[in-house]
Design a protein around this ligand. Structure first.
Ligand code: G6P
Ligand code: MG
Length: 217
């Protein structure tokens, strides 16, 4: 029976995807390359340096390591400025009720975010107490789509991967959940997230989905 739920953060718990988009687009403009919503979809779940390299690859210029680190800092400074004011009002619809329901049903709740800003974001949202374990993105060897971060959370929560459900809005994230041997719930476009076991447009359908899974098990 699945009794462990592992959440992605950006785009699942809170709509920070739009802030990452704005900050990356500003960075892309700064180095003189285009950055589309499709690019942003490709970068969801992807770590900071990997995302930067994806953008810099569009430029004919070569960037030194020092320049890359400075550009990554520039993006992160922009991003931090954009999320400075976030609070519980920005939790995506259904998230708060889902946390309450999972707690009442005795599930364990983990966070598997590739973002180094995750601890700050969950604090601003007032939900840091909800999580039994929060993965430290800086300590995960291989980023999504590798399964490492989801396996790290399952291990920390003493949960077999087969007893865990991962919730993701990113293509790379869904791939990571499936590679970890877990059930994948996608939040977003089913055409994009076709690897997921179930896809819903927003987290509002999660409780019903978990109830069905509990009943089937
Ligand atoms: C998440 C987001 C990505 C972001 C990555 C790294 O996976 O979906 O858009 O690039 O985290 O975030 P960070 O806050 O560490 O730059
Ligand atoms: Mg995400």
């Amino acid at each position: 029976t699945p009794k462990t739920c592992i959440f992605d953060l950006d785009g699942v718990v809170v709509d920070t995807a739009k802030y990452h988009f704005q900050a990356w687009r500003r960075l892309a403009e700064f180095v003189g390359v285009a950055f589309t919503h499709e690019d942003n979809d490709n970068l969801k779940g992807v770590g900071r340096m990997e995302s930067l390299d994806y953008i810099l690859a569009k430029s004919p210029r070569l960037f030194s390591n020092k320049e890359r680190l400075a550009l990554a800092d520039q993006k992160n400074d922009d991003y931090k400025e954009l999320i400075k004011g976030i609070n519980a009002a920005e939790l995506l619809p259904g998230v708060s009720d889902t946390f309450t329901w999972l707690r009442e049903e005795g599930w364990k709740i983990g966070l598997a975010s590739a973002s180094r800003n995750a601890p700050q974001v969950i604090k601003s949202l007032g939900v840091e107490g909800v999580f039994d374990y929060v993965a430290d993105a800086g300590k995960i060897l291989n980023g999504k789509p590798a399964p490492d971060i989801f396996l790290d959370v399952a291990r920390a929560l003493n949960s077999a991967p087969t007893d865990a459900i991962g919730v993701e809005d990113a293509v790379a994230g869904v791939t990571a959940i499936k590679a970890a041997g877990m059930i994948a719930v996608g939040i977003g476009d089913p055409a994009l997230l076709h690897e997921a076991d179930v896809v819903m447009p927003t987290p509002e359908g999660l409780i019903e989905c978990f109830k069905l899974m509990q009943a089937k098990a």
